[in-house]
Design a protein around this ligand. Structure first.
Ligand code: ADP
Ligand code: NI
Length: 214
């Protein structure tokens, strides 16, 4: 087994039981999206692939050890990657996650831009919709609560602690994504996915309004 296969296997084992939309298939789609974007944007493919594979193993939404990137470092060390590569990968992963509408998370390297774009593309479109409701259900959130309006969070703390319904998540994050995308390649992919979410919300509102009257 080569180094990258070792990493793949460890990540697969790490997220195999996830039901919050952060399962192995999410990771794998992010890897494939990131590789496609990377080729067109000229990023370092090894760093991009490793960061895409490991981008959620220390995420605050899932792991308890997120602050020090211990899972990432352990998996890379086990596969015998050197400290130079480990540092580069951690530096990318640190920059990937969304932290609230008003919090600047613009990446500083092309590799981080690519992985952030890939992760965000998997949060929108049909799969993004499925993942949002899976996450909401897993965290005990309701589908929709009339009258509870979205909030554009200005700090990571506020975003992290928010307890709104999942329809609000579209206005608090998912519909903002298309304008936060870094690379031209990902912007093109985002357009259709964004339009699909607008259609979904329109249909949802129509069905809701027609049959939720008291
Ligand atoms: P990021 O770290 O940028 O948020 P992730 O891939 O870790 O990216 O997680 C994003 C996924 O989690 C999305 O599919 C998103 O819909 C879901 N998610 C996060 N917060 C919420 C929430 N409050 N309600 C519903 N889904 C959420
Ligand atoms: Ni992710």
């Amino acid at each position: 087994m080569n180094q990258i296969e070792k990493v793949r296997n460890n990540v697969k084992a790490f997220c195999s039981n996830d039901s919050t939309g952060h399962d192995w298939w999410h990771v794998w789609r992010v890897v494939n999206l990131a590789k496609e974007i990377s080729q067109k944007e000229g990023a370092n493919e090894t760093i991009v692939e490793l960061a895409a594979l490991l981008h959620d193993v220390d995420d605050w939404k899932l792991a308890s050890s997120s602050e020090n990137y211990t899972n990432t470092i352990q998996i890379l060390s086990e596969a015998q990657y050197n400290s130079k590569i480990i540092n580069k990968v951690v530096n990318v992963i640190k920059q990937v996650s969304f932290k609230g509408a008003g919090v600047n998370t613009k990446p500083t390297t092309i590799e981080a831009m690519v992985v952030q774009d890939a992760d965000r593309l998997d949060a929108i479109g049909a799969i993004g919709i499925a993942r949002a409701f899976a996450y909401g259900g897993a965290k005990g959130r309701q589908i929709y609560i009339p009258g509870v309006e979205p909030v554009l969070h200005n700090t990571f703390e506020e975003y992290k602690n928010a307890k709104g319904h999942t329809i609000n998540h579209f206005y608090e994050k998912l519909l903002l994504i298309k304008d936060l995308i870094n690379t031209q390649t990902a912007k093109e992919i985002a357009k259709e996915r964004h339009a699909f979410m607008l259609n979904f919300l329109n249909q949802f509102t129509n069905e809701w309004n027609e049959y939720s009257k008291q």
